[in-house]
Every structure is written in structure tokens, then in C-alpha cells.
Design a protein around this ligand. Structure first.
Ligand code: SF4
Ligand code: SF4
Length: 167
């Protein structure tokens, strides 16, 4: 299998749009069939891809989308930065159109120039969970993951491989 190369968010948006009809057909098929081994197949791809591809060569998610922040995330980050939670909110957080707390700025204010995360051990839960290719019941997040193809080279590759598997 050829190695996964870094793709910019601009390239991923173009590629995702180009293969939109094919991906939608795949999603429709998977939702209908609900293959029992889908999680195993996706988890195996996740492990293989992240073994060979480092997030430190990418950071697209930290640069462009940013996580949803829970109250717990805010308390933990504020404590780590020795700030009061309200001061942390005033400095870094805003409420988005879905009424969720999110970082005010992109790239994330805690992303360092070498793509390391300044708050890695205390990062938000959503950062830990992204890009969700190792979670259970992947069939439930096919549409969300299709959207994530525009950001994450690994998710994009997972969908491309699933299409080949189906053929
Ligand atoms: S999770 Fe995906 S988008 Fe985020 S840094 Fe890793 S490879 Fe890039
Ligand atoms: S908190 Fe860390 S992992 Fe999360 S978006 Fe910011 S830099 Fe990335």
C-alpha cells in the first residue's frame, strides 16, 4: 500500500467534492447493509494509517476546525493555564451558531509552530476523539466522517479504501 501523503485542507475539499457522488453511494450502501465487520475494518485502517502518518506533519484539524469545548474542558484548561474559567472564556472562547463553546480563533491558540499542542495532556475531549476512525459504531457517523474528509487525510484515505473494498 502506498504511503499516505499530507494534503492541505484546500486539496482535500477539492478531492472530497470530486468524489462526492461515489462517497454518497458508499455511505448509502453501508447504512443499508450495516456490515458487522465495518468497525474492525475501519479500526485496522486507522491503526495502519496512523502508524505511518504523523499528525505532527499535518495539524489540519487544529488549524481549520477546532473542537467543541465542554465545561469540563474549560475548567481543566483554565486550571492548567492558572486562569479563572471566566478569564479563560473571555480570552479564548466564543459561542457558535449551534450554541456550543468553541475557540475564538483558528488556528487554535494552543497550536505551536512545529504543530505540537501546547496543552496536549489537557486538551479538549473532542481533540482526543478526532477523527473518530477508532470509535465503535462507525456506521452512525458516516455523514460526519464524509465532512471530515475535507480536513483529515486519514479519514479521506479510509473512505477511498472502503470504496475499493466494496468493488
Ligand atoms: S487527526 Fe487528521 S487532520 Fe488532525 S492532525 Fe491528525 S491527520 Fe491531520
Ligand atoms: S487544543 Fe491542541 S489538539 Fe486541540 S485543536 Fe488546539 S492545538 Fe489542536
Amino acid at each position: 500500500m502506498k504511503p499516505l501523503l499530507y494534503k492541505t485542507p484546500e486539496d482535500l475539499v477539492l478531492l472530497t467534492n470530486k468524489s462526492k457522488a461515489e462517497t454518497k453511494a458508499l455511505i448509502k450502501n453501508l447504512k443499508k447493509r450495516k456490515p458487522k465487520n465495518l468497525d474492525d475494518v475501519v479500526h485496522e485502517m486507522h491503526d495502519e494509517l496512523f502508524e505511518a502518518f504523523s499528525c505532527l506533519d499535518c495539524a489540519n484539524c487544529c488549524k481549520t476546525i477546532g473542537p467543541r469545548l465542554t465545561d469540563k474542558d474549560i475548567d481543566r484548561l483554565a486550571k492548567y493555564l492558572k486562569m479563572k474559567p471566566q478569564a479563560f472564556i473571555d480570552q479564548y472562547v466564543e459561542v457558535d451558531e449551534d450554541n456550543d463553546f468553541v475557540f475564538r480563533e483558528h488556528p487554535c491558540p494552543f497550536l505551536l509552530p512545529d504543530n505540537y499542542c501546547m496543552v496536549y495532556e489537557n486538551r479538549p475531549k473532542a481533540c482526543r476523539d478526532y477523527p473518530h476512525t477508532d470509535r465503535k459504531r462507525f456506521v452512525q457517523i458516516l455523514d460526519l466522517s464524509h465532512k471530515n474528509c475535507e480536513t483529515c487525510p486519514v479519514v479521506h484515505e479510509v473512505f477511498e479504501r472502503l470504496k475499493k473494498d466494496l468493488k
